[in-house]
Design a protein around this ligand. Sequence first.
Ligand code: PEP
Length: 256
Amino acid sequence: MSEKTLPPLVAGNWKMYKGAREAGEFIRLLSQKVGNVKDREVVVFPPFTSIPTVAQVLQEVASTISYGAQDVFWEAEGAFTGEVSPAFLAELGCRYVIVGHSERRHLLGETDEMCRLKVAAALRYGIRPILCCGETLQEREAGETTDVIKKQLTAGLSGVAADASFDIAYEPVWAIGTGKNATGDQIGEVHSFIRRWLGERYEKATGGIRIIYGGSVKPANIDSLMAQPEVDGVLVGGASLDLESFVRIVNYGRVK
Ligand code: PEP
């Protein structure tokens, strides 16, 4: 896998918060506060229905912030009531899509096979997938963490070309929305396992693959997380919904 040539990624997953009006107001303020950052990549993931408004505001203010979708379906069109096509997301200018978030896996029954289809569909449409992986507390306590991660990556990335462009989010399920952070050692261990695993398979990945951490990332822990050499970025849920918190997270390493 090629060395880190991409800037660190700071991603905000808005989950099912911020309808179009609120999302538009928020992204305008965020782009004012964040400015045109170049040494880090800032991406927001609004709900589907808020994406066009966010896209319009970011274009109006010529911001370097980009946007993506929280999910995608694997077919381009057809009788799939309620699903959203990768072609439609590409048409809206989405550069990223989150695949296999633990809320989708655990609340909505998303399987590794569905993740594989979604990763492949995103890549077909030039959208960079962020494949999420992570163990439950029970799996960690049973010593199964790396087996779970290996299974999720093997299945989700099956068939992906060695030069494909994607990112991986390590999100321990027990740390998402709980206020419980994985420790630096726990994160370092899993990230280096993922890096080794990817290194053997995606050595030609153009521009590199980032391994980002997600799970109760907050202003209070962002500096120490980003100081870890194994961490190429963060996927932030709850704290990305509050302007002041997310601005502080985006500005990691700059302010005290
Ligand atoms: C997430 O939504 O991916 C997430 C990590 O949530 P939180 O930051 O709220 O734990």
